[in-house]
Design a binder for this molecule. Structure first.
Ligand SMILES: [Zn+2]
Length: 313
């Protein structure tokens, strides 16, 4: 079995990576369904994919990424537009699955694919609805623990001493979840006292538990601060966009008098743009978690090790 894998890999080095991408794109197609249906509490299995006009979508019009391109984003039945977000999520999932395959040993790659799928769903539902359903946060935490048990390589254990390494891996996942959730909970509570309004949703606390189970406590801590930096950039971009949108409104309807706003109202609007209000924090946390998982874990872990050495003197 392993020999055959090595043989195929040596003869056709593109085979497994290509398979990982296509598999990811197909999963991405399913994630689109989850993102659309789960917040509405509709089954993700029945009814099968159908157009907004009610007609079922044929399999050849439902091929990830390609169908959208061939149909130029319009339904074959009635010409209604499909959001460009569908192929983007399919391509994103495909690329992340490919990255998992190329970056990690097979066990960690499988766990990583679950992590990516959960983060994509949580992020896009949070963007749409400003909530993250429990099945991705608490479900993510539970699947993180189970995957750590099944694939100790998720947390860097060889898995030679099988059960022992599995238990060690679960302990790391547990630590990550607890440290991540606790820290973000305390930051949220402090911010609530300072800003005198709810600053962070409880969904973010639970999401950090899921990120910690996959990334360990260093990854969870990094996600909070990395997420805050990404969030600040996100709010900045959002405010600039809103400024342009307002200018356009004024140009479009010059006769309409803009209502005079009191300073308090303007303040209110500005602070509503804070992370967690109009710009959801979940996607930022997820993006930072994925950055750690794929690219920054070595640097971040070394940084924490250096701090530990400094503190021990
Ligand atoms: Zn239609």
């Amino acid at each position: 079995m392993l020999d055959q894998y090595a043989l195929v890999d040596a003869q056709f080095p593109w085979f497994f990576p290509l398979f990982a991408f296509i598999f990811g794109a197909a999963i991405g197609s399913f994630l689109n369904v989850c993102i659309y249906r789960i917040p509405k509490e509709v089954s993700v299995i029945t009814p099968p994919s159908h157009c907004a006009c009610g007609k079922p979508i044929a399999w050849y019009d439902n091929v990830p990424i390609l169908s959208w391109i061939f149909l130029r984003g319009k339904a074959r039945c009635c010409g209604q537009g499909f959001s460009v977000r569908y192929p983007i999520i399919e391509a994103l999932t495909g690329l992340l699955f490919l990255l998992c395959w190329l970056s990690f040993v097979p066990g960690k790659a499988v766990a990583g694919m679950f992590f990516c799928a959960i983060m994509i769903c949580a992020s896009f539902i949070d963007l749409d609805e400003m909530i993250i359903p429990d099945r991705f946060t608490i479900g993510g935490f539970v699947s993180g623990l189970l995957l750590a048990l099944a694939f100790p390589s998720l947390h860097g254990f060889a898995g030679n001493i099988y059960l022992l390494d599995s238990l060690r891996s679960v302990v790391v996942a547990m630590q990550g979840a607890l440290v991540g959730s606790a820290l973000v909970l305390w930051i949220g509570l402090l911010a609530e006292v300072v800003l005198r309004k709810e600053a962070m949703g409880f969904g973010d606390v639970k999401l950090l538990g899921a990120i910690g189970a996959f990334c360990g406590w260093k990854g969870a801590v990094f996600s909070i601060f990395g997420g805050a930096i990404l969030g600040t950039i996100g709010v900045g971009v959002y405010l600039v966009f809103r400024l342009f949108a307002k200018d356009n409104d004024k140009e479009a309807n010059p006769s309409v008098e803009t209502s005079v706003k009191t300073d308090a109202e303007v303040d209110e609007e500005q602070s509503d743009a804070l992370i967690g209000k109009q710009v959801p924090f979940g996607p930022m946390l997820a993006a930072a978690g994925l950055l750690y998982f794929f690219f920054l874990h070595r640097q971040v872990d070394r940084y924490f090790a250096d701090i530990a050495i400094l503190l021990s003197f």
